[in-house]
Design a protein around this ligand. Sequence first.
Ligand code: 13P
Length: 257
Amino acid sequence: MARKPMMAGNWKMNNTIAEAVVLTQEISNQYDKETWGEDVDIVICPPYVDLKPAKTVLDFDRTKIAVGAQNVYWEPSGAFTGEISVPMLKEIGCAYCIVGHSERRELFGETNEDVNRKVKALVEAGLYAIVCVGESLAVRDEGTTEEFVCAQVRAAFAGVDAADAQRCVVAYEPIWAIGTGRTATPEQAEAVCAAIRATLADLYGAEVAEGMRVLYGGSMNPGNVEGLLAQPNIDGGLIGGASLKCESFVQLIEACL
Ligand code: 13P
């Protein structure tokens, strides 16, 4: 089954509102209705405060570029100081939300159980979760990468049915490749993405798994994107650094076409 490629930009903690509006407008100015609108799904994931301004620019320009958040809390409201809920994201018009990014797992102590709660809260509300998984260098050196990553996938989707799982995208992001300039080789990335798809097939059957997108993330840039996208189980990218410049992000989008 042909899967529609996806390019998602994770801005992380970069860009004030003013900066976000400039970058979003630059990207929007390059929007090509015929190709970008039809043949690739494009998502930008700015910090919370930038979501509404970015969405306003993209809607005003009538683009199909979606906005996504980088995190969410699973309760709908209440005494959870500093957190943001799914209904809040939904009202802004966020279609996507990244969950379980390694920076959240490592720096903020997010567990597999937390990731699972977030995935459930998102899909129940009709949003698309971008579920991040990936191993540290220590795990890779031990030779247990696929086992580790597939266990993260199983935990993230525990209790999620096939119809809701189809609202999700999995992003394989080896921690040692994030922001380091050290990309996984296409073969390394493909091996893990294929294992992720096999796990999804085990959970939901081959047909559902064939329809779900698996992205690669970790120092993806215009110089290495082609080899990665050529792999049968890599359906696009989750981009950090290279999504912060219009020129490189546009090149990555174009590489999907
Ligand atoms: P870089 O593209 O900067 O390596 O970041 C990848 C990433 O973590 C995207 O979520």
